[in-house]
Design a protein around this ligand. Structure first.
Ligand code: MN3
Length: 201
């Protein structure tokens, strides 16, 4: 069964002024669509067909172009899911407690996450991951790699991620990646991140 590109759960302009409509339209309708098509083409007729996307990422890890497009498909699904217009400023409950336990405070976590996203050279992602047992950890990965892949990043399950490829911000922010990362914090759906945390820990 082929993977499908799901529509966004909000309008392309819903995240403005933090992420502009044109960027969202091209990012979802062109980039994510291409990863989806290329992933389906790459696994068609192979032993990776009919597996879950998580299984494809792990089992197809050392096969290009499965790794790039499987990661691209999964990472963008996560990204759209954890964004929302009018997001809360910070998490609450057990996720907030886990972040405080790991980093001391939400502001200190935000600094660490921002540093990971800012210093990821070239194209990639920064993540907040949850380990079994409940510990959370910030890391980053190159290209479309994902922490579920063996030997990439934190090794936990990603529960929050930011795409720092230029295609995610260049139309509006040009070279100002730090401004885009700051704006990202205004549109995080912390309820979704908390649900991912509860499922992963
Ligand atoms: Mn992208």
């Amino acid at each position: 069964m082929a993977f499908t590109l799901e529509p966004l759960p909000y309008a392309y302009n819903a995240l403005e002024p933090h992420i502009d409509a044109r960027t969202m339209e091209i990012h979802h309708g062109k980039h994510h669509a291409a990863y989806t098509t290329n992933l389906n083409n790459a696994i068609a007729g192979t032993d990776l067909e009919n597996l879950s996307i998580e299984e494809v990422m792990i089992k197809g890890f050392d096969r290009m172009p499965v790794r790039n497009n499987g990661g691209g498909f999964y990472n963008h699904n996560l990204f759209w899911d954890i964004l929302t217009p009018g997001g809360a400023k910070a998490p609450s409950g057990e996720l907030a407690a886990a972040i405080d336990a790991a980093y001391g405070s939400f502001d200190a976590f935000k600094e660490e996450f921002t540093k990971a996203a800012t210093t990821r050279f070239g194209s990639g992602w920064a993540w907040l991951c949850a380990h079994k047992g409940g510990k959370v950890e910030v890391c980053s990965s190159a290209n479309q790699d994902n922490p579920l892949m063996p030997g990439i990043g934190c090794g936990g399950a990603p529960i929050l991620g930011i795409d720092v490829w230029e295609h995610a911000y260049y139309l509006h922010y040009q070279n100002r990646r730090p401004d885009y990362i700051g704006a990202f914090f205004n549109v995080i759906n912390w309820d979704k991140v908390a649900a991912r945390y509860a499922a992963a820990k």
